[in-house]
Design a protein around this ligand. Structure first.
Ligand SMILES: [Zn+2]
Length: 259
């Protein structure tokens, strides 16, 4: 009679320990994928404290995004962008920070004699980069990598206007589950249809705008915004109301303009 409750107690204690271990296991998980966000205790001002690999977020000197002061931009003769984009089957992932479209191999950006392959593109609301203080409704970041592992990101600013069919195709197929890539059967997209006709752009050195905020990223922000409908902006807003890092100090960086 006396032993029974004790046994039960022991079982309960063991159960409690298991529960604790599983919580610890759960806590250990963020070591591999440290949790960060766009507000509060895990927001941009705290990123560098979340993981030792994130120190660039506060210590870096060429961080992105920046506010582009057009009056200070230097005219550049080079850095013409050559886009060689092919269609890709639509593969979408909600990675917990943005909606990302993973792109099939074989699409390239060539600039300054270097060839970068398009890996993925994703969205921020509102635009992370500012032009003379102005933020746009959305921005798409087209992330490319060359054979040396160097990154080049093309920013396409978006403002309210006509509906963009390519954006509709993506936003109508948003995954219901986070962190799981969904391939939409029979649907392909071509990122070329998102680019503005005019390839004038601003270029500067910067970083990833998300942890680990790694530097050495070449930025190309298209000067001409493209229209997307207010409904499409709202559609993205239902999933991510605000996923933009605040602008970072330019620290005397030169922004070149190519138009
Ligand atoms: Zn981005």
């Amino acid at each position: 009679m006396n032993n029974a409750p004790r046994a039960t107690l022991r079982t309960a204690a063991a159960g409690g320990l298991l529960a604790l271990l599983s919580i610890a296991g759960h806590c250990a998980e963020p070591q591999a994928h440290p949790h960060w966000s766009y507000s509060g205790q895990t927001g941009p001002n705290k990123w560098s404290e979340i993981d030792s690999k994130f120190t660039s977020c506060s210590q870096g000197k060429v961080q992105s995004p920046i506010d582009i002061h057009t009056a200070d931009a230097k005219h550049a003769a080079l850095s013409e962008l050559k886009f060689d984009y092919q269609a890709s089957p639509l593969k979408v992932i909600d990675n917990g920070h943005t909606i990302q479209v993973n792109y099939a191999p074989g699409s390239f950006l060539t600039v300054d004699g270097k060839r970068y392959e398009l890996l993925q593109f994703h969205f921020h609301k509102p635009s992370e980069e500012r032009i003379d203080g102005k933020r746009y409704a959305l921005v798409a970041h087209l992330v490319h990598k060359n054979a040396e592992g160097e990154l080049a990101v093309v920013g396409v600013l978006m403002e309210p206007g006509a509906k963009r069919p390519m954006i509709k195709t993506i936003f109508d197929n948003l995954p219901l589950q986070k962190e799981k890539e969904v391939e939409v059967p029979g649907v392909s997209i071509n990122i070329a249809t998102l680019l503005p006709e005019n390839h004038a752009h601003y270029t500067f050195s910067g970083s990833l705008t998300t942890p680990p905020c790694s530097e050495g990223v070449k930025w190309f922000v298209m000067k001409t915004p493209v229209p997307v409908s207010s409904q499409q902006i709202a559609q993205f807003g239902h999933v991510y109301k605000m996923n933009a890092r605040p602008v970072q100090a330019s620290n005397g960086r030169v922004v070149e303009i190519n138009d």
